[in-house]
Ligand binder design. Structure first.
Ligand code: ZN
Length: 498
């Protein structure tokens, strides 16, 4: 076999792997959006069969031979193929460590757990979900021990979502945030509340759907490659740059919730849609990590979406669709969408208290994985942490421990990437501001200028660079959380006139 032939085989293998992921992804999307309740069991079976095919495809003898060959000839490969081999080798090591029966059983478990979680949440009854969560935690700890016996299991999980992230970096990062956010929040509370009452004005769902369309146009999402669906818990899924699905929910008396989830998921979609087209159907396509993904979504949602200029840009549309809002100025709306108030729900949290919600989950996950916590005690631990970090009382499981979907899918170690992403976003803004007039571009509706900058610095590279390297290249310097805390201080000083 020549190196050229090996790369052709790699192309073939990655295409097949893409196809299986595509099929499974469509089924998950169908499950989350429109599938009937009784589809749960047969879907679990199909997912089991397809994930076994995927497992055998990337761990079978032929694949192992190919991988070994490519690793031996790594010096003959260009940087792109080299990274493909590196990424495959990394995922392969993990897959190979897990016996196939366990891998299949786990895939069926998380498929069922997702549906059970939804039911448990709708009934606000953690006891329904607890046996599944216990099995997921056990499986995750076992997989970590098999794949990386010398690594702390929680460090291993953090690294899965953000290559290079570990508990030590997280502890330092969160400590840096806490030392600035807690006193800032105290000053905000002392300044007295901002008027947000008018945000609960009835805003018909049909008009909110129109608003969602308009927002997708404003941030320049190509509608031939991106559609929007309706779910309880919004998410984005990408089947390649050609087909990205975003989702939202609509509450008549909370249009802001839908408005900002559309902009947030739109940020994910933009990133997924703009990998270099040459990377399509290969391991280099799409976002490189959850932290970088969240840096894009939260950049659009908060840094762009909650800016004075963006609110001014959308304002004429808001009052056209909901005339009652015309009694309030763009400045009132801007202030209201930036009000900081400790609450119960992470996805509804303001920019300032958001990282505190993440810190709660970080503490929970450490306790879950270190084995010190019994799953039966988790709701009480959740209530205590919310009391301590946010000063709020959690009334029930639905607005407490059952609010997020992540753990039902086995995503333990994911949450810290949200806070890290916010911090990445603030440092990107700093750097971007040296090249373009960001407020000016938003004011005049030229979001394309911002998209162009991000495409050039981040999106087009797909998974070519490791996350920390990608970000450092974009920043032109090492990562520093002070850009994030400075940004928060600046913004809240302005919103509250501190
Ligand atoms: Zn997100």
């Amino acid at each position: 076999m020549t190196t050229k032939e090996a790369i052709e085989k790699l192309n073939e293998l990655e295409l097949k792997n893409f196809a299986l992921g595509h099929a499974m992804g469509i089924m998950s999307y169908d499950d989350e959006t429109v599938a009937p309740k009784n589809s749960r069991m047969p879907r679990g079976k199909t997912m089991g069969v397809l994930s076994e095919m995927s497992y055998r495809l990337t761990t079978g003898d032929e694949a192992v031979g190919l991988l070994e060959y490519l690793k031996e000839h790594i010096d003959e490969l260009g940087p792109e193929d080299r990274r493909r081999v590196e990424l495959w080798d990394k995922s392969f090591r993990e897959l190979k460590a897990i016996p196939v029966e366990e891998y299949v059983a786990y895939s069926e478990l998380t498929s069922t757990a997702g549906s059970v979680w939804r039911e448990a949440k709708s009934r606000s009854d953690y006891r329904l979900f607890e046996p599944y969560l216990r099995r997921i935690i056990d499986a995750q700890r076992r997989f970590a021990a098999l794949a990386a016996p010398d690594t702390d299991p929680y460090d291993y999980m953090l690294d899965k979502y953000e290559e290079g992230l570990d508990r030590k970096r997280c502890d330092a990062f969160f400590a840096a945030l806490r030392s600035r956010i807690v006193p800032l929040l105290e000053r905000v509370k002392a300044a007295g509340p901002v008027d947000t009452s008018f945000l609960s004005v009835p805003f018909p769902v049909s008009a909110q759907r129109e608003l969602a369309d308009k927002l997708m146009d404003i941030i320049c999402l190509d509608r031939d490659s991106c559609i929007i669906g309706e779910v309880e818990h919004p998410f984005t899924t990408a089947f390649s740059g050609y087909d990205v699905r975003i989702t939202t929910h609509y509450y008549e008396r909370d249009f802001i919730s839908s408005m900002y989830s559309v902009v947030h998921e739109g940020g994910h979609a933009l990133y997924d849609m703009h990998s270099d087209r040459r990377y399509a159907f290969t391991g280099l396509d799409g976002g490189v990590s959850m932290g970088v993904h969240e840096s894009q979504s939260r950049f659009y949602e908060n840094i762009i979406g909650r800016s004075r200029e963006f609110v001014g840009l959308v304002y004429p549309e808001l009052i056209r669709l909901c005339p009652k809002l015309a009694a309030h100025s763009p400045e009132d709306v801007w202030r209201a969408v930036n009000a900081a108030r400790p609450g119960l729900i992470r996805t509804e949290a303001d920019e300032l208290t958001y990282p505190l919600h993440i810190m709660v989950r970080y503490e929970m996950e450490k306790a879950m994985i270190d084995g010190g916590a019994d799953t039966a005690d988790l709701p009480e631990m959740w209530r205590e942490l919310y009391r301590e970090y946010l000063g709020v009382e959690v009334p029930d499981d639905a607005s407490g421990i059952l609010q997020d979907t992540h753990w039902s899918g086995g995503a333990i170690g994911y949450f810290p990437s949200y806070a890290l992403g916010s911090a990445y976003g603030a440092q990107l803004l700093h750097r971007m501001s040296g090249d373009i007039d960001v407020p000016g571009a938003v004011r005049s509706g030229e979001i394309g200028k911002i998209n162009g900058w991000l495409e050039d610095k981040i999106w087009k590279y797909g998974c070519l660079f490791r996350p920390s390297e990608l970000m450092e290249r974009a920043f032109g310097e090492p990562f520093d959380p002070k850009y994030y805390t400075d940004y928060l201080e600046r913004k809240y000083t302005e919103v509250y006139g501190l």
